[in-house]
Write a protein that binds this ligand. Structure first.
Ligand SMILES: Nc1nc2c(ncn2[C@@H]2O[C@H](COP(=O)(O)OP(=O)(O)O)[C@@H](O)[C@H]2O)c(=O)[nH]1
Ligand SMILES: [Mg+2]
Length: 402
């Protein structure tokens, strides 16, 4: 399952985002280092379900379908806050960075209102600077990877030269725990100005450039400009966009208000929507009513949504380029062997072939693969067929034909 990492300095709203996105209850408080351990939970990517296109009623099993929107589970990890110097071990530093090493994509939560200083201590909105925070956080990530590489670079470099081993393979083994795959390493090594230099001749400067490029390629970042309900946020969002990163305005707190009210049956709200409906005004306390009003005025009406669901979807579909696919066993009824219609929906990387997909479902299915059916187009396809977003696929294997 894909893993999304939530990262940033203390008090920017990571745990609030995590709670809203997973609706789990984790400690939320206004002082640094509330979160002592990474929290891992499940959140959902949302996409228009093919059930609408086909005008059929589905029976989802591995995911949910609400009003024609399919919600597909993904892992979310809430990482403790990073402070400047974390890579050197400041403020529980490396331990914190280590939590994000398994993430495929990072949601970098920034306090767009500047209501926290560099260390994450609350201050008057506007005094903190999210653009500066972004710079130090990038540096933390780069130095963290640099340090891991540096630790036994000499040994590693000599080994590849004396044993004539391939540098990319040696590095892939070393960086496997960081979720940095070999194809990223190959790509980055190719792009270096000093690629013809022997690894033993690399300077620290060379290694730093390599670390930075590796981080950018293997851990794509989406900036979540949080606390947009506070003053100053709008101006900072403009400045953040100038950095070239994709930016999503967000109010994690607003999303939490909405999901909690929805869970209690007070409102009708679907994550990602620009509005909600109060179900029974008499059931709301005055406090709840005014909280909901604030959310509407300060967030939904101004930004179009709270940004939480958008951020999750953007990171998966746009940054990682994932697509949704629906495997079935019966291509006429769109069912599995138990007669359930469109039971499963998987998120897979763009470019996945049907045979690779067969292996993802089950090794045996991959090994005994004969052909597949692209069900909507009623086409028989070979093992190299690349799956498209929204495809329904039936895999025919030697053993499944009884
Ligand atoms: N105004 C506002 N405050 C928020 C928002 N998200 C989080 N906060 C507040 O920021 C503080 C720190 O939040 P928390 O989630 O614990 O931050 P973390 O340290 O990054 O995990 C808490 O007081 C939250 O209520 C938001 O969208 N708007
Ligand atoms: Mg926290």
């Amino acid at each position: 399952m894909v893993m999304i990492g939530l990262t940033g300095k203390p008090n920017v709203g990571k745990s609030t985002f995590f709670s809203a996105a997973t609706l789990a209850t984790v400690p939320i408080a206004s002082y640094p280092f509330t979160t002592k351990k990474a929290n891992i939970g499940v959140t959902y990517a949302s996409t228009n379900c093919v059930c609408r296109e086909l005008k059929i009623q589905d029976n989802p099993v591995n995911s949910q379908c609400i009003d024609g929107v399919r919600y597909i589970p993904v892992k979310l990890v809430d990482c403790p806050g990073l402070v400047p110097g974390a890579w050197k071990g400041r403020g529980l530093g490396n331990q914190f960075l280590d939590e994000i090493r398994k993430a495929d994509v990072l949601l970098l939560i920034l306090d767009a209102a500047g209501s926290t200083d560099e260390e994450g201590r609350p201050c008057k909105p506007g005094l903190g600077d999210p653009v500066k925070d972004l710079k130090f956080l990038e540096e933390e990530f780069d130095m963290w990877i640099f340090q891991i590489l540096k630790k036994d670079w000499d040994k590693l470099a000599r080994k590849t030269e004396t044993l004539r081993e391939d540098l990319a393979s040696v590095l892939a083994e070393k960086l496997a725990g960081l979720q940095i795959k070999k194809h990223f390493i190959v790509q980055v090594l190719e792009s270096l100005d000093f690629k013809s230099k022997k690894p033993t001749q690399w300077t620290d400067e060379n290694l730093k450039i390599f670390a930075e490029k590796l981080r950018k390629t293997s851990k794509p970042i989406l900036i979540v400009a949080n606390k947009v309900d506070l003053p100053q946020a709008e101006e900072n969002i403009g400045r953040l966009k100038e950095t070239g990163y994709p930016v999503i305005p967000c109010s994690a707190e607003a999303e939490l208000v909405l999901r909690r009210a929805s869970e209690k049956g007070l409102i009708d709200y679907k994550p990602g929507n620009h509005e909600f409906k109060i179900l029974d005004e008499k059931k709301l306390t005055e406090k709840q009513f005014s909280a909901l009003n604030m959310v509407k005025e300060k967030v939904l009406d101004r930004f179009g949504s709270t940004g939480v669901q958008n951020a999750i979807n953007f990171s998966l579909f746009n940054l990682l380029g994932m697509i949704a696919v629906y495997p079935v066993e019966d291509e006429n009824k769109f069912t599995d062997h138990e007669g359930r219609v469109l039971p499963d929906c998987y998120l897979i990387p763009k470019g996945t072939t049907v045979k690779e997909f067969a292996y993802m479902i089950h090794t045996e299915l991959g090994e005994n693969f004969i052909y597949a059916v692209e069900v909507k187009g009623k086409k028989r396809v070979g093992e190299d067929y690349m799956i498209k977003h929204g495809d329904i696929i039936k895999i025919v294997s030697a053993k499944s034909r009884g």
